[in-house]
Design a protein around this ligand. Structure first.
Ligand code: KIV
Ligand code: ZN
Length: 511
């Protein structure tokens, strides 16, 4: 049962009145190995993030390159509603680069954990505090809003973390950020840590969680549950190594679990994900929550049946909420309801007998490991619709010659639209030779490509029945399946290929 924010507060969930979304796709997201965005690409993404309604956009790390300063300036000149942020180490020159980029919000950081102190910075605790404080004071003196990050906070001694935070708060820090730099938190540990910080500091708390164990979204939710005021996120969960908390996952989980609407236009998530995927070259896996191809795809008969009656049966939110769409996939788990719905979508009417045949064909395709595309379905159904199955091409003769040190040769005789033709061709094996001969004989009628060839022995023994299943396509990309069972593997193959070629011809003649 979903609870609203007031109920949750009454139940002692320490939710902040306002939860800020700080998007770092253009900074941490760009640190994804192999990703580099041009100035124009950064501008495109910043505009979309702004239209989505994120509170803050970390536009880059200005001290790291001239291009970063240029893109930050250009994004600033767009006069977006989102607050723009620049990253800076706790160094005056880095903060100057943020100022030179026309930004007035700096996210400054320094490593605080023993590992960072000893192996990266080679600084004592005192020096870390002094450096952090000077940076915050310098930025405040230059009129900037300052968010301070204690890098690797989650592996920092608690008393030292608090010492650093206390000192930067005194120096004027406006936000305290808690980076889980190598993603080691769990929701329960996050709860303890953030509750402790909230109990000891009144400055707004931000979290920046990495996803090394796949927990960044869960940990960010946990942080918000005990009062975190801001969450760092990236589109598609991009970022260093395995990435950061995913923007779309966090926002939708918060909405689904607690009914908390952060006011973002979530219907833009899917198109934004695609844009970022295209520009960064990091494509999402099909099972990526919210924006993956399968996020609203259904195949199994039981699920599709439920979905067709009421989509809530197997969907936690509607695809429209995130600008995605529902997809019924046909395959080995398909049920009759799914097929009926699909055929209806394509306005294809089949009688019971034709429907059964199409259904069997789809199941068989699924069993052979294939997922049936919409094009496959249309091809199969149209073929079935031409009930008086003409067979424009009929096999009239086949002889094979094979032997040691000779190329396998197939002599094939076909009747094509009533005219007999014969030829002999060689190949790497008898099936290949036969296909070459068929291709030659039909070349004036149709040019085909063999997209899939599957051979299975149905029974055992040397006289086993062979079942061949093929998919062929023509130059117009029409596709057709073909199937045949025979005791002779070569014959089964030829008949399956001719079956599919005849279907292709029927599809072409029907168009
Ligand atoms: O992961 C991290 O610690 C960072 C810092 C720069 C905040 O990205
Ligand atoms: Zn990070």
């Amino acid at each position: 049962m979903m609870k609203n924010i007031e109920t949750l507060k009454k139940e002692n969930m320490n939710l902040a009145d306002k939860i800020y979304i700080f998007d770092t796709t253009l900074r941490d997201g760009e640190q994804t190995p192999g990703v580099a965005l041009t100035v124009d690409e950064k501008i495109q993404i910043a505009q979309k993030l702004n239209n989505l309604g994120v509170d803050k956009i970390e536009v880059g790390f200005p001290a790291s390159s001239k291009g970063e300063i240029e893109s930050s300036k250009k994004i600033h000149s767009l006069d977006l509603d989102s607050t723009l942020v620049g990253l800076a180490r706790s160094l005056e020159r880095d903060i100057d680069a943020v100022i030179d980029s026309n930004l007035d919000y700096v996210h400054t950081f320094i490593g605080t954990s023993p590992l960072h102190r000893d192996y990266k910075l080679n600084m004592s605790k005192e020096k870390i505090v002094e450096t952090a404080v000077s940076a915050v004071e310098y930025a405040k003196d230059h009129g900037l809003t300052v968010e301070f990050s204690a890098e690797d906070a989650t592996r920092t001694e608690r008393d030292f973390l608090f010492e650093v935070f206390n000192n930067v708060v005194d120096a004027g820090a406006d936000f305290l950020d808690v980076p889980d730099t190598v993603g080691i938190l769990t929701p329960v540990i996050t709860h303890e840590l953030i509750s402790d910080i909230k109990d000891n500091f009144t400055t707004p708390i931000s979290v920046h969680f990495h996803n090394d164990f796949g927990l960044a979204t869960a940990n960010s939710l946990s942080a918000v549950e005990c009062g975190a005021n801001q969450v760092h996120v990236t589109v598609n969960g991009l970022g260093e190594r395995t990435g950061n908390c995913s923007l779309e996952e966090f926002v939708m989980a918060l909405k689904s679990a607690y009914g908390i609407d952060l006011g973002l236009d979530t219907t833009r998530f899917y198109s934004l994900s695609n844009l970022v995927g295209r520009l960064t070259g990091v494509k999402m896996p099909v099972n990526k929550p919210i924006v993956g191809d399968n996020a609203f795809a259904h195949e199994s008969g039981i699920h599709v049946h439920g979905i067709l009656n009421n989509a809530n049966t197997y969907e936690p939110m509607s695809p429209e909420m995130v600008g995605h769409s529902r997809r019924i996939v046909l395959g080995k788990h398909t049920g009759a309801n799914a097929l009926k719905a699909k055929l209806k979508d394509f306005h294809i009417d089949l009688n019971e007998n034709q429907f059964d045949k199409v259904f069997d064909e789809i199941k068989a395709l699924g069993d052979s490991g294939k997922c049936v595309t919409d094009d496959d379905l249309v091809a199969i159904a149209i073929t079935e619709l031409s009930s008086a199955r003409e067979t424009p091409i009929v096999i009239k003769g086949l002889s094979i010659s094979i032997g040691a040190n000779v190329s396998p040769t197939a002599t094939v005789k076909l009747e094509i639209d009533g005219i007999e033709k014969e030829t002999a061709s060689t190949g790497v094996g008898p099936i290949d030779a036969s296909i070459n001969a068929i291709r030659f004989l039909i070349k004036d009628t149709i040019e085909i490509q063999l997209d899939e060839y599957n051979l299975e022995g149905i029974t055992g023994g040397t006289d086993a029945l062979a079942e061949v299943f093929v998919i062929t396509s023509d130059l117009q990309n029409n596709k057709a399946t073909g199937r045949s069972t025979n005791q002779d593997v070569v014959m089964a193959s030829i008949l399956a290929i001719l079956d599919s070629i005849n279907k292709l011809l029927l599809i072409r003649r029907a168009n």
